[in-house]
Design a protein around this ligand. Structure first.
Ligand code: PAF
Length: 285
């Protein structure tokens, strides 16, 4: 695996690959890699000839008081995982090179970027869109691999790629879960044992709400979301939102279309998000 820090070196290597006709799959990460990242890397390995990944804890997407400083940075184990998964290029940009003093540009996806996560974490999605636009401009991959766990991020980046004609195919891979249902996340390591015991309640609530929509017991997605809010109001932390939205634009659910049930819950040690997609008349993803 080549580890490159300079955008020019990454660009040069990726151009060589493309000149040989080798499609490139790209998995952007903030490190602290887990089985969810492994699933993205495996899918990329299966579908593209060359796999590139990046590790960059992006300061632009963290708000004041968030966990930028304490975000886990287990570099040696990340490198081991990337090698095990057959990654050929690790792009490891330096913050001062990506964002020099004179840097002034933000990529802002209006609409999708302003609701749920966007409302709870102002500026977060501008930071995500800006860094991913920069990474894509350097790697120029054929396929971009993202996780369904961050459903709103995936929808927003798909919108950005379409709006800016970036010509990369966005592949969204299913959420990887622990045996008890908790969605794997780099932030799960912050949880205390009692918080970890409670955390699967999020997925149980989402699954039960999805069942209610499918069975017709709670007729509308909005009612299912209200039921989730009542249920999660009793937990040990603070519910930030529990909502039903359309997966295409994160606007209100539309009749006959799939629905995303999404939650964000703040425990004392970590903020958790999760979601399920209910295909009306079909199965969950
Ligand atoms: O999902 C993440 O890890 C980050 O938001 C991403 C896409 C790598 C951008 O920093």
């Amino acid at each position: 695996m080549r580890t490159l820090r300079a955008a020019e070196s990454v660009r040069r290597l990726c151009w060589t690959w493309r000149a040989h006709g080798d499609p490139i799959g790209f998995v952007p990460t903030m490190g602290a890699l887990h089985s969810g990242h492994r699933a993205l890397l495996r899918r990329a390995r299966k579908e593209t000839r060359r796999v590139a990944a990046s590790i960059f804890v992006n300061p632009l997407q963290f708000g004041p008081g968030e966990d930028y400083d304490r975000y886990p940075r287990p570099f040696a184990s990340d490198v081991r995982i990337l090698k095990e998964e057959g990654v050929e290029l690790l792009y490891l940009p330096r913050a001062e090179r990506l964002y020099p003093e004179e840097f002034q540009t933000r990529v802002s996806v209006t609409g999708i970027g302003k609701v749920l996560e966007g409302a709870a974490r102002p500026g977060h999605f501008d930071g995500v869109a800006t860094v991913v636009a920069k990474l894509l401009a350097t790697v120029v991959p054929d396929r971009l691999y993202l996780g369904q766990k961050d459903a709103q991020q995936a929808t927003l980046l798909r919108r950005m790629v379409a709006d800016l004609d970036l010509g990369v195919r966005v592949v969204v891979c299913p959420t990887v879960r622990e045996p008890d249902g908790l969605a794997v996340s780099s932030r799960n390591r912050y949880l205390t044992p009692p918080e970890r015991d409670w955390a699967p309640a999020l997925y149980r609530t989402l699954s039960e709400a999805a069942d209610r929509i499918r069975s017709g017991e709670t007729v509308s997605p909005e009612k299912a979301a209200a039921w989730m809010r009542r249920r999660l109001a009793r937990g040990p932390g603070r519910l930030e939102y529990a909502a039903a939205v359309d997966p295409r634009d994160f606007g209100p659910p539309k009749r006959g279309r799939p629905v995303v049930l999404a939650v964000a819950y703040r425990l004392p040690s970590a903020r958790l998000i999760d979601n399920v997609v209910v295909k009306t008349g079909g199965r969950d993803r």
